[in-house]
Design a protein around this ligand. Structure first.
Ligand code: FEO
Length: 410
């Protein structure tokens, strides 16, 4: 066991320094990284996050030198990605009395990933507090930073924020704290932000609003340096980097609808884009002239094409417009397709086929997953019947993603 690294009274760093070239999100982290886990040795001892799955056993062995594992009362999992939850399987097997604390979307993931179907979970929501015997934890949900289930844990007495991936750096450092760093860490901090957080910057702003009134002495993330000097400056950097930087972006939504459901989807896209600072024009292709629709396409930065499906094909005049598109320059525009359907929604795919013959940047699920790791932004936007429930969330995620792309690029 290495020297005890302490952040405050009874608060230990119990992570792992990984100084290899680390493969991560199709990159190689040439400076390595760390997986920071923390033990709060209170009346109800609590572990916050674990380490990468490759170091699970070593993590548990090291932890055992600080505390009998059966004494651990809570294991807080802020984020389920295996570089942080990976030690949970090994730890839970030994810490048999521990309750796992996480957000609701994390429960099923953790049960499946680590075979924890018979374990006790404590589901926490935004603002919930937990007395861990001498200290109190507060939980702040931070969805989509960078996955849906993520949250921040805040220790009220020590004013320490445990934000997991947020405010991290990928550096295998042996100094632990930023005030002891041998070199300037700002560039590494910004590079990490750009890679992992920037695609989700709307949610970065939401997170900053949630923490802005909290007193924070230390930020203890789960990669790289623990920030205990210039803390406000690091938060401010996230604020500045995540603000919208390009204004006056326009989108046009061109649709053809059979029963009105595709029109409803288009209007929900419109509302979401407008809420995210995009000017939007909506055109019913069956009521506008071909020239008017083409003019709108040429003027827009982003174009959504929507259609209902009837007998496996699109309806109305949309196809005439699509045929014109390969003759015009669309290379600086983003294109998305949406539609309501009742059976199989072939028309939505046919519209995509037309757009693939142009030079528009066509939004599609596979490319989004590959470039951002987001699995909940789906293009084309396929909605069965009238948009409601989960469909509204699906449309919102796709629209917010598009707005961010238009405002800031990726
Ligand atoms: Fe460091 Fe999202 O994992």
């Amino acid at each position: 066991m290495q020297d005890k690294i302490m952040l405050g009274e009874n608060i230990y760093w119990v992570g792992k320094i990984d100084d290899r070239d680390v493969p991560f999100h199709r990159l190689t982290l040439t400076k390595g990284t760390t997986y920071n886990s923390y033990l709060l040795k209170t009346g109800l001892p609590t572990v916050i996050d674990t380490v990468d799955i490759s170091f699970g056993r070593e993590f548990v062995e090291n932890l055992k030198e600080l505390i009998p594992l059966e004494d651990i009362k809570y294991i807080v999992i802020n984020h389920t990605e295996p570089d942080h939850s990976g030690g949970l399987g090994s730890l839970a097997a030994k810490a048999k009395n521990a309750i796992i604390v996480c957000t609701e979307p994390a429960v099923e993931e953790l049960k499946e990933m680590y075979k924890l179907h018979n374990r006790e979970f404590l589901v926490v929501k935004d603002g919930d507090r937990l007395d861990i015997g001498g200290k109190n934890l507060r939980f702040i949900e931070t969805p989509y930073l960078h996955t849906e289930e993520t949250m921040i844990t805040y220790c009220e007495e020590d004013k320490i924020l445990f934000p997991c991936d947020i405010f991290s750096t990928h550096v295998a450092n042996y100094e632990y704290f930023n005030d002891l760093a041998k070199e300037d860490i700002i560039e590494d901090f910004k590079v990490y932000y750009k890679l992992i957080m920037h695609p989700h910057r709307k949610y970065v702003q939401d997170m900053i609003n949630k923490i802005k009134d909290i007193e924070i002495d230390i930020i203890a993330p789960s990669h790289g340096y623990i920030l205990r000097s210039n803390v406000k400056e690091f938060i401010n950097m996230y604020d500045v980097m995540s603000r919208n930087t390009v204004k006056d972006k326009k989108a046009v939504i061109i649709y053809s609808t059979m029963t009105g459901n595709t029109k409803k989807v288009g209007n929900i896209i419109k509302d979401n884009l407008e809420m995210n600072s995009i000017a939007v024009e909506v055109i019913d292709v069956n009521k506008a002239s071909g020239e008017e629709a083409l003019r709108a396409v040429k003027e827009a930065d982003g174009v959504f094409f929507g259609t209902s499906t009837r007998y496996a094909d699109m309806i109305g005049g949309l196809e005439d417009l699509l045929k014109e598109l390969k003759n015009i320059d669309l290379k600086d525009k983003i294109g998305g397709v949406f539609g309501s359907y009742g059976w199989s929604g072939e028309a939505i795919e046919v519209v995509q086929d037309y757009l693939r013959e142009t030079d528009i940047k066509l939004l599609n699920t596979a490319d989004i997953i590959k470039s951002t790791g987001m699995t909940d932004v789906m293009f084309p936007i396929r909605i069965r019947f009238s948009p409601k429930g989960d469909a509204l969330k699906q449309i919102e995620r796709a629209s917010v993603y598009t707005a961010e792309l238009l405002l800031n690029g990726m």
